[in-house]
Structure formats: structure tokens, C-alpha cells
Design a binder for this molecule. Sequence first.
Ligand code: ZN
Length: 146
Amino acid sequence: MVNPYKIKNVFMGKLTHGSDILTELTNFCRKNEIKTGILTAIGAVKNAALGFYNQDEKKYYKHCINQPLEIVSLSGNISIKDEKPMVHSHIVLSDKDGNTVGGHLMSDTIVFASEFWIFELEGERLIRGYDEVTGLPLWEMKKNRS
Ligand code: ZN
């Protein structure tokens, strides 16, 4: 299932030193009423919290890494959950030796320095609802497109 979109706005900015990445990006989207979008960021974190979804148990496990890391890639999207903009993002991080780790971005990932860009989109709203098969809040899409 796919929806077509057009780019409405592009935002580029930097995140606040010491802030929680997920919270700051979510607040930015809510404040600017960005309801649908694509986001990317690079930079560095002081520490990270990554989620891994256990598909059998249908629950997230949080993995905390308490050391400075580079953000090799943060990639995510913005859609609606519980009538508010929600950021869903994954992140790949690297340590001083270039070893990488990644996962579902969770709260408690703290910014050292980071630049982000968001493409706000216009088109059909993407609304998250509970999906019985996966146990996840997935997009409820109206139309079938091939
Ligand atoms: Zn995820």
C-alpha cells in the first residue's frame, strides 16, 4: 500500500546540546504542525537508547549505550498517532573504532551536536492504529495502489 505525496516545506536545523533527540524532534513537529514527513539527522550523541522489537513477545526491549557515539544515520518519518504528530525513527551509531550499532530510536538518546532536516509532505494523512498481526501501531492506509 502506497500513498503519493508532494513536498510542502523543507526544514533544516540543529538540535540542542544535552537534549533528548526523540523528544526535541517530536516537539518541533508538534509546534510546527508537521503531520506527515520524512526526517534525517547526523551528528553525535553523549549516550544512546535503542529499541529492539521482540516479534514473538510483541514488545520492545531497550538497550542503553553509555558512551559518546557518532550518528552515522538517523532516518525516520512523521505521521499521526493518537491525533498528534509522532516521530518514528531508526538510528545507526558508530564508536571510536568505527564499530556500528543501531536500532529503533528511543528516549534517553542525548544530543552532543546534531543537524537535522525534515521534508514536510502534503497528501493523505498517515494515521497509526494497532495492528493485530505485529502488535505495532502501523499506518492504516485507505487505498490500494500497486
Ligand atoms: Zn521502529
